[in-house]
Write a protein that binds this ligand. Structure first.
Ligand SMILES: [Zn+2]
Ligand SMILES: [Zn+2]
Length: 597
């Protein structure tokens, strides 16, 4: 790309700017393999195998097949997409595929058939049986055939092209609502991003492949992933190797086939089958620290850093074995990577006033968890046991309130009974407490979904919006402010309702909401669901700056989901939150006072 003479950092900045262009080039023309180690094009990549299984799942679902069977194929497809081993090679070497989780005998034999014949008899048979309209969507395995066929029928269309046109004209949204439009948009458009939560497994698999199969001596994840950015478009690894061309050649065999987009003597860029990019940066012992900083810091961080240290060239030739050594040389304290965003971290590193970021050991309980009383999978006692196993002092049970019928909202009468039940269970517990709570819907007019005399009996409330997302920014903001005026409002659940990579949140004036929360003694939630992470890091930073405490909550719908707290902690750290900023780093005795307004 004509940037070979630029220093590494500037080159990367330039490359970020042209990333969009690179992606387009990648689609049009993938460079031919340059090395004899590279796989031959006849090898099926894991992505291609996964596509066929996903298409089969889609057709089975359109035939109203057993939903468990459909799910099994869907799950297998998404597992296979992230595997580092080439299934094609494994089949040819007659290896056992069932050693992978999610691949049973039926799916293993389907994979063998795909590899040996290039297709799947069952899939072809179904394709021949279904209407041309259904067959047309099998090239977009993420589309739900039942929903799309409904749209086809109503609009009188039968092809994906027509579907795309009706989507762009806004007709789909007008007739079927925003959710349907989102589903179709997602199904039709290639996604070039993934949730951080899913990137964890992928990153670990790539690192293992680099060390085990590419003869890399040392490898460390950098980039947005290391800063724990919630949505990842590119994974970056800094690697040490005596044979970088060999590493680049072997990496192209990851997952069967991973196309190389561009490469130079010390860097390479690949297109992963999951849709995101993979970048490798070669480094040696002497410049490891420099490359880790340069490959991890955001553009804004690097700008502020070089303003304090002098130009990039100087850093690159500085022989820094570690990041700490680089910072030390310029009189800066070590800055945790989550903060490398270009806010005030460089100035604070200089002044020695960096925050001590909140961490897992500081968390004493969870304020947002559902039980079988509404849409959770486990009983109240099971949730309490699971919280105790994690060393917590308390867990709040926040089942949905009566209006949210779709999530089996709890009637007022049943909530009264639940309160008495929890009192009884608490009577038998030592050193642990189940908190009586509810995720109370904020109704369209800003009132809460239970009468005050019932809310009064709860230890605290989480109040959330689950309906009427389309209100204007002004009306939506007013709705939340009115709700906060209720003296039994404590924590605002998932403040904007966003679902990452699925839908933007409803619009609110966050500054007004923060000011009102501060004035009324209300709190925010950092919802830890990997696709919510709501508050965003920026909003959490603003709330904390205004002195509003934030609860890091999982919104668990099963015992296992309590572990998602780590995702919320990551996001809280990106916001610079310290233990003192976080509600559930406090013991219950202190919280009780905070919740009584
Ligand atoms: Zn909710
Ligand atoms: Zn919830």
């Amino acid at each position: 790309m004509g940037s070979g003479e630029l220093p590494a950092v500037e080159r990367r900045w330039l490359e970020r700017v042209v990333r969009a262009t690179i992606k387009i080039e990648a689609v049009i023309e993938v460079r031919p393999d340059q090395d004899s180690i590279s796989s031959s094009p006849s090898v099926l990549s894991n992505a291609e195998i996964a596509d066929r299984l996903a298409s089969l799942a889609q057709l089975l679902s359109s035939q109203k097949e057993n939903p468990y069977k459909v799910k099994a194929y869907q799950r297998a497809a998404s597992r296979i997409r992230n595997l580092s081993e080439s299934l094609d090679e494994m089949v040819r070497d007659q290896e056992d595929l069932t050693r992978f989780a999610g691949i049973g005998e039926a799916i293993a034999s389907a994979v063998r058939e795909i590899v040996t014949t290039g297709t799947l008899g069952k899939l072809e048979k179904l394709r021949a049986q279904v209407t041309p309209a259904v067959a047309s969507i099998t090239s977009h395995p993420r589309l739900d055939p039942k929903r799309v066929i409904r749209v086809y029928k109503k609009l009188g269309i039968s092809s994906v092209n027509e579907l795309r046109q009706r989507l762009e004209s806004g007709e789909v949204e007008k007739l079927f609502g925003a959710r349907m439009a989102q589903h179709i948009r997602q199904g039709l458009i290639d996604v070039h991003a993934m949730l951080l939560y899913y990137a964890d497994d992928l990153s670990a698999a790539i690192e293992a492949f680099l060390l085990g199969r590419c003869a890399v001596k040392r490898s460390e994840a950098a980039g947005d992933y290391r800063r724990r950015v919630d949505v990842i478009e590119e994974l970056v690894f800094v690697v040490e190797s005596d044979d970088f061309p060999g590493v680049v050649a072997r990496m192209q065999r990851y997952g069967g086939r991973t196309p190389l987009i561009s490469s130079g003597k010390d860097h390479a860029l690949f297109s992963l089958s999951s849709g995101i990019l993979l970048r490798l940066q070669l480094a040696g012992k002497g410049d490891w620290g420099f490359h880790m900083v340069a490959c991890t810091g955001s553009k804004f961080h690097l700008k502020k850093l070089t303003a304090a240290t002098g130009p990039v060239r100087e850093l690159e030739s500085g022989k820094f074995k570690s990041e700490a050594a680089l910072y030390r040389k310029y009189g800066l304290r070590y800055i945790e990577p989550e903060l490398w965003e270009g806010h005030d971290e460089v100035a604070r590193a200089k002044a020695g006033t960096l925050p001590v970021l909140v961490s897992a050991k500081d968390i004493r309980g969870d304020f947002h968890a559902h039980s079988m009383s509404s849409d959770g999978a486990n009983s109240i006692e099971d949730m309490a046991d699971a919280a105790q196993e994690r060393g917590y002092d308390y867990i709040g049970i926040t089942d949905h309130s009566q209006s949210l019928k779709i999530a089996r909202g709890v009637s007022a009468e049943d909530l009264w009974a639940q309160i008495r039940f929890i009192d009884k269970v608490n009577g038998k517990l030592r050193g642990f407490r189940i908190l009586k709570s509810s995720e109370v819907d904020i109704l369209a007019d800003g009132s809460l979904d239970y009468p005050d005399e019932l809310l009064k009996e709860l230890d605290y409330t989480v109040c959330s919006i689950h309906s009427r997302f389309a209100l204007t920014r002004e009306a939506q903001t007013e709705r939340i402010l009115r709700a906060m005026d209720n003296p039994y409002f404590n924590i605002l659940g998932h403040a904007t309702g966003r679902l990452l990579l699925k839908r933007p949140g409803y619009e609110i004036d966050i500054e007004r909401v923060i000011a009102h929360a501060r004035q009324n003694g209300c709190f925010f939630e950092m919802n830890s669901s990997p696709d919510r992470l709501d508050l965003s890091a920026d909003n959490a930073r603003s709330a904390a700056a205004a002195g509003v405490l934030i609860s890091i909550s999982t919104d668990s719908h099963s015992t296992g989901e309590l572990d998602l707290i780590r995702c919320g902690i990551d996001q809280a750290r990106r916001a610079g939150l310290q233990k003192a900023d976080v509600l559930n780093c406090r013991p219950w005795e202190k919280l009780q006072r905070l919740f009584r307004r």
